[in-house]
Ligand binder design. Structure first.
Ligand SMILES: [Zn+2]
Length: 581
């Protein structure tokens, strides 16, 4: 039984009718839309306003195709056993998406080469910057190398995804085994940790081989595109125009100086609460007081009702928007057989509505997942009236501010799910998790900076460099007897293999979210006003301007982070007192 009612949602909607595409247009194959791309490519542009109309028409086309892709993806993930849904999605990925990319490259070139581009009004600045960048970076000789890397990525997924361990006579997956690290019995945790570590190390050499090849190929791509190293190339490819590798190094330093001490303080408290001699790597996930996991709700409807109240208490508009999602069937929340794992927020770009997918089973994590994805959904609502499709998405460094802030802003209203001691317990737990995440992001990011600026490093050097980073950013758990597990822990971080350098965004956004939360502690109404204002700009401004609009700063310096960490520390202590009352 599929919970969502997306199939009933009519497109195009009366709210956002088509102006360029035929109103009855649907897409089965590339040929259904190729004439539109051809027309755009050939159209004569004789003035700046011609270019504006041309961008708007292209925008309608890309929103139409984006929604097609989202609908197929949603249908597939909501019914994994429906083979026709999978075929439909794969057809889009394999037959339509690559042609779209090629066609889009031709349109980018046309725009960049048009003498009228520079006469466009200022609101097109970000749009033009992005088109120029894409054109400048494109190298035909890199296309086959990208494909080879894609194959290596698939190998990585295969090796990593097929790992299992034997647990009490049953074969279980690694994620299932890792869930045992939350058990209150220390012996169970140790055994689970050992099994996972041993299993992963079995494939250590295969993974090292894959990674060596990836590094070499990526370095080649960078050289082909005229860069000194892959890091600098990747910064440009990700459109990181507003911060530099040097800024990331400042983030690393600030985290080591200001975040790691707070994390280690929490680790020391954990050790005391657990009553153990030394903290081992299998002691980090369980409840330190040996309590059972929280169970904040039963059915998905209870989860929806609780979050609806939270959003409405925060802000009437947000409450209404969330309720509209419920009414229109834009939520598919409960875990059931035949549903893909995980959670995500997607958007239907043509009707301009968000959709939330997750696998709720009644845990505290589920509540935070819905709050997080809710923040993404509010971002979508905030930009509905923006005509340019590309501007209806913010860059990750800001879109995650929308979602991560919502987790923090909602904390005082978690009484919708919990009595006071449990509310305090969950707030403290979440804040500790966010602190640990900031440190882990620094570890992963610093590692990749080193790897790609030293493309000819040896495996031994790589191992030693990683070890140094664990010492610098780790919680200080005692790994004796498990040195290899520690030294190759990065093998489990799929981003390093599959989406290199894509990770610091979460750290940047978390700092932005902490800034919004910090203001909310003093003045919740103002913080929320800022939040909504920042969201309303979508991706129409450069990153620092988006931050500014939300009343916060894109800044990773110690001066900015120190007072924030003092407040987080203070809040954790306060919640700790409430928790034990
Ligand atoms: Zn997110």
């Amino acid at each position: 039984m599929i919970e969502n009612r997306i199939a009933e949602l009519k497109r195009p909607s009366e709210e956002f009718p088509r102006r360029y595409l035929a109103s009855g247009l649907t897409v089965e194959a590339w040929d259904d839309v190729s004439e539109y791309y051809n027309e755009l490519e050939k159209r004569e542009l004789n003035s700046a306003s011609d270019v504006e109309v041309w961008i708007s028409d292209g925008s309608e086309l890309s929103a139409f195709l984006s929604e097609e892709s989202s609908r197929r993806y949603i249908a597939m993930t909501c019914a994994t056993e429906d083979e026709s849904a999978e075929r439909a999605y794969m057809k889009f990925v394999e037959e339509i998406a690559p042609r779209m990319k090629e066609a889009q490259d031709r349109l980018n070139r046309k725009l960049v080469q048009s003498p009228w581009a520079s006469a466009l009004p200022p609101k097109y600045e970000v749009y033009l910057r992005s088109s120029r960048n894409a054109v400048e970076l494109f190298r035909e000789e890199n296309v086959p190398i990208e494909t080879e890397i894609e194959k290596l990525s698939q190998q990585y997924q295969k090796v990593f995804g097929s790992m299992t361990v034997q647990w009490q006579g049953n074969e279980i997956t690694i994620p299932r085994a890792l869930a045992l690290l939350e058990e209150t019995d220390r012996g169970v945790r140790e055994q689970a940790y050992k099994l996972v570590a041993e299993r992963r190390l079995k494939d250590k050499d295969v993974l090292e081989d894959i990674f060596d090849e990836m590094v070499a190929k990526r370095h080649e791509i960078a050289l082909n595109a005229g860069f000194e190293n892959y890091r600098d190339y990747k910064f440009r490819e990700y459109e990181r125009f507003d911060y530099t590798p040097q800024d990331c190094a400042s983030y690393h330093t600030a985290v080591a100086d200001l975040v790691v001490p707070v994390m280690r303080e929490a680790a020391a408290e954990r050790q005391e609460a657990l009553g153990v001699e030394t903290l081992r790597p299998w002691d980090m996930e369980c409840d330190p007081f040996g309590r059972e996991p929280l169970h904040p709700f039963g059915s998905a409807n209870e989860l929806i009702a609780g979050c609806s109240k939270i959003f409405s208490r925060l802000d009437e508009d947000l409450g209404r928007e969330f309720d509209k999602m419920t009414e229109l069937g834009l939520l598919d929340l409960s875990s059931r057989k035949g549903k893909a794992p995980g959670g995500y927020q997607s958007d239907l770009a043509e009707v301009r509505l968000p959709f939330i997918f997750m696998n709720a089973v009644g845990t505290n994590d589920d509540v935070f997942t819905l709050l997080h994805e809710g923040g993404h959904a509010f971002h979508n609502f905030a930009v509905r009236d923006e005509p340019i499709h590309a501007y209806r998405h913010a860059p990750m460094e800001f879109s995650e501010v929308a979602s991560m802030s919502m987790e923090l802003l909602a904390m005082p209203m978690l009484d919708e799910f919990y009595a006071v001691p449990d509310q305090a317990r969950t707030i403290r737990h979440e804040l500790q998790g966010k602190i640990a995440l900031l440190a882990w992001i620094a570890t992963i990011d610093a590692f990749q900076h080193w790897v790609y600026t030293h493309p000819r490093h040896s495996r031994e050097e790589r191992k030693m460099h990683w070890r140094g980073l664990v010492e610098r950013f780790g919680s200080g758990a005692d790994h004796s007897g498990f040195e290899d597990a520690r030294d190759y822990r990065w093998h489990a971080q799929l981003h390093i293999f599959e989406v290199p350098f894509y990770y610091i965004e979460y750290g940047i956004a978390q700092l932005g979210a902490f800034q919004i939360w910090s203001l909310a502690r003093e003045n919740p109404a103002e913080a929320l006003r800022n939040y909504k204002h920042g969201l309303s700009l979508g991706g129409s401004r450069p990153l620092p301007k988006l931050y500014q609009a939300a009343g916060i700063k894109l800044d990773f310096s110690s001066e900015m982070i120190a007072p924030l960490m003092a407040k987080v520390r203070d809040e954790m202590a306060k919640q700790g007192r409430l928790e034990s009352m």
